[in-house]
Design a protein around this ligand. Structure first.
Ligand code: FE2
Length: 318
């Protein structure tokens, strides 16, 4: 049997970006090899983002590859699941359907601020793999930011202040309602049909809290565990003082010097670790269409808690 190293090639994701890797030459058949699956998992934990380029471009490949990193699960919201296979989520924008925003004076379809997926739920999925079906001729990039690198840049006094604090998260479909995600120059123009279905049920989802810092189990590295998207304040201090602290921390989370923006090609697949990497969507020109399929990799880092009227619903070491 060929060695793991011979089953695919690894290169950096991008010059000057302190995370990520590019994998090429991987085949569907090689994913039957447990050693290959394990080595890909270890690379993902180490690097946070993997671009798979020049590999087989099929739904079977996307799902099999995704299963190397955890169980494929259905998205929390039925309205965004694909009809053909509920383990895949539609990320879509069409001129006649999809969320539309004015971002700094220009219209963008499917625009998304920096966020972690499902951070408004207690059990955040471990990751996902995006694969394009329809790439717009303009814009449409996806941004990634590493929160281990962000923690490393955090001044010592801020590290000490946030060590034992938690952030409160809530679901919002109109992203201009978000408080910490740099949406001052953004206007909400149109809601996606799938978003409307979520919005109708918004009060059935409890608020949740997640710790601002946690330690990555396999490596011992600390993660700045804050998603500007869906954050509404610091649980231990709901006053302006807490808000000021969270705004200060979010500047480090969204540091543009650490960002990588992926310019999609057909056949690409991008995997990210949702427990340590933020992502955002640049959005699409309103006359163009974009369709991506995303897997949802199950997992629970077991540090999120739903909030009841008396505080966290489950035991919490705060
Ligand atoms: Fe997302």
């Amino acid at each position: 049997m060929a060695s793991v190293a011979a089953r695919y090639d690894v290169a950096p994701l991008s010059e000057g970006v302190p995370f990520g890797a590019t994998v090429s030459g991987l085949t569907l058949a090689s994913l039957k090899d447990e050693a290959v699956r394990k080595s890909l998992y270890d690379l993902w934990i180490d690097k946070g983002v993997i671009l798979f380029r020049g590999c087989e471009d099929s739904e079977e490949m996307q799902l099999e590859l995704s299963s190397c990193f955890g169980k494929n699960e259905e998205h929390l919201f039925p309205s965004v699941r694909t009809q053909g296979n509920s383990a895949l989520t539609n990320i879509k924008f069409y001129p006649n359907d999809g969320a539309l925003y004015d971002v700094g004076g220009e219209q963008r379809g499917g625009w998304l601020p920096w966020h972690s997926d499902l951070v408004y739920s207690a059990a955040i999925n471990h990751g996902g793999i995006l694969r394009p079906q329809l790439i717009p001729p303009r814009f449409g990039k996806t941004g990634f930011l590493c929160q281990i690198a962000a923690y490393d840049r955090l001044p010592q006094d801020l590290r000490e202040k946030i060590e034992n604090l938690h952030v409160v998260y809530e679901i919002r479909i109109d992203f201009t309602e978000l408080r910490f995600a740099n949406t001052k120059n953004v206007k909400f123009l149109r809601m996606a049909e799938s978003g409307l279905a979520i919005e109708r049920n918004r009060f059935t989802y409890p608020r949740v809290i997640h710790p601002m810092v946690y330690t990555q189990e396999l490596t011992g590295r600390k993660v700045l565990n804050v998603s500007p998207g869906f954050a509404f304040g610091i649980y231990e201090n709901g006053s302006y003082e807490g808000d000021e602290l969270l705004h200060e921390v979010c500047k480090y989370c969204m540091d543009p010097e650490l960002a990588y923006f992926h310019d999609w090609q057909m056949g690409d697949m991008v995997l990210w670790d949702n427990w340590r990497v933020l992502h955002c969507a640049e959005g699409t020109h309103p006359e163009d269409s974009r369709l991506m399929l995303r897997t949802t990799i199950a997992g629970d880092y077991a540090r999120g808690r739903a909030l009841g009227v008396d505080g966290p619903v489950a035991d919490f070491d705060i």
